[in-house]
Design a protein around this ligand. Structure first.
Ligand code: AHM
Ligand code: MG
Length: 331
């Protein structure tokens, strides 16, 4: 039987362990943290798959037929990840899209900080469209043992030690980097394991996909309008799910650029720097691509606040560079 002749796949756990052996002073804490995130991801994946069946995709605070309180899936995902990170013990504080303040975990001895969007694109769930989790990991700057501060969390994108996302799509995937390239793992439901399916992902220097919400076209900066005009002249492929992880992942694999410029409604852009732009920028650069806000490389930005927004142009390096140059032409 040909199928049985296939070599046993590499599980995420084994891959993480192997990589740890490459770092002579590794203590295993980051590895454990990545495993904690993967475990919470499996639980959230199960919650999402049941979304249509159980009453959990309704409005937060609304009541179901039995008059019971319902939680929205993004609220549930937030609870799952925070719980996993608190129990895992490797994280001293968390920034989440769902919480206005820094969340101390009580593990003051832990040396890592996590920024997370537990369920991005959740407005898509009711229509059974892909959603994702995005995460970013930093080392704290204050000494371990002390109470973590907001200063531990507000670090330049370049300071990330790891970043990744989980895409709950037609199959569920976890993609992450620790600064040595990008690897993708696909979830095998029957075995309950992520298997290495996309080793060392590289993104094309130029792609033929552009992704943006064209409904906002009239609000876009002139540079972006011109760029999009060029895309259409060249008959590039327009693809936009409106679910960042899905749009990003497709372009990463196929080559292309994702744009979320400043608009009238969102003059600073819509996407959040710390748990949307930074992690994806780190991943794209590790895959050979680029990310900027029109003026600066995303990873060079020093955040002032946890939930700050930024315009985002991300994907194939040459395409991002073209957008960047056009911004200067029109500055
Ligand atoms: P969310 O964090 O409230 O889910 O919003 C983020 C989402 C992204 O997934 C997506 O890329 C973007 O918002 C879509 O915005 P728009 O509907 O304005 O095109
Ligand atoms: Mg989001």
């Amino acid at each position: 039987n040909d199928q049985l002749a296939l070599p046993v796949g590499i599980t995420l756990d084994r891959f993480i362990m192997r990589n740890e052996a490459d770092f002579p002073f590794a203590t295993g804490e980051l590895s454990q943290l990545l495993r904690d995130i993967a475990l919470a991801g499996k639980i959230v994946n199960r919650d999402i798959n049941r979304g249509g069946l159980s009453d959990i995709s309704g409005q937060f605070g609304s009541q179901n037929i039995q008059g019971e309180h319902q939680l929205k899936l993004d609220v549930i995902a937030n609870i799952r990840f925070i719980r996993a990170l608190k129990n895992g013990g490797e994280v001293c504080a968390i920034i989440s899209e769902e919480d206005t303040e820094l969340i101390p975990t009580g593990n003051n001895k832990a040396k890592y900080i996590v920024a997370i969007d537990p369920l991005d694109g959740s407005s898509n769930i009711d229509a059974n469209v892909s959603v994702g989790t995005i995460f970013s990991i930093y080392r704290r700057v204050t000494p371990t043992g002390t109470v973590p501060t907001i200063g531990d969390a507000l670090q330049k994108g370049d300071m990330q030690v790891a970043a990744g996302y989980i895409l709950y799509g037609s199959s569920t995937m976890l993609v992450y980097t620790t600064g040595r390239g990008v690897n993708g793992f696909t979830y095998d439901y029957s075995l309950g394991e992520f298997f290495l399916s996309h080793p060392q992902i590289r993104t094309a220097p130029v792609g033929n996909i552009y992704s943006c919400n064209e409904g906002n076209m009239d609000d876009f900066p002139v540079a972006v309008q011109q760029y999009l005009h060029k895309c259409r002249e060249q008959r590039l492929i327009g693809r936009y799910i409106g679910s960042l992880v899905g749009d990003f992942h497709r372009n990463l694999l196929k080559g292309g650029v994702y744009l979320y410029p400043a608009t009238l409604k969102n003059p600073e852009g819509k996407l959040r720097l710390m748990y949307e732009c930074f992690p994806l920028a780190y991943i794209v650069e590790q895959a050979g691509g680029a990310a900027c806000d029109g003026k600066r490389r995303i990873l060079d930005i020093m955040p002032d606040s946890m939930h700050q927004r930024a315009p985002l142009y991300i994907g194939s390096a040459k395409m991002v560079e073209d957008i960047y140059s056009l911004h200067f032409t029109h500055a």
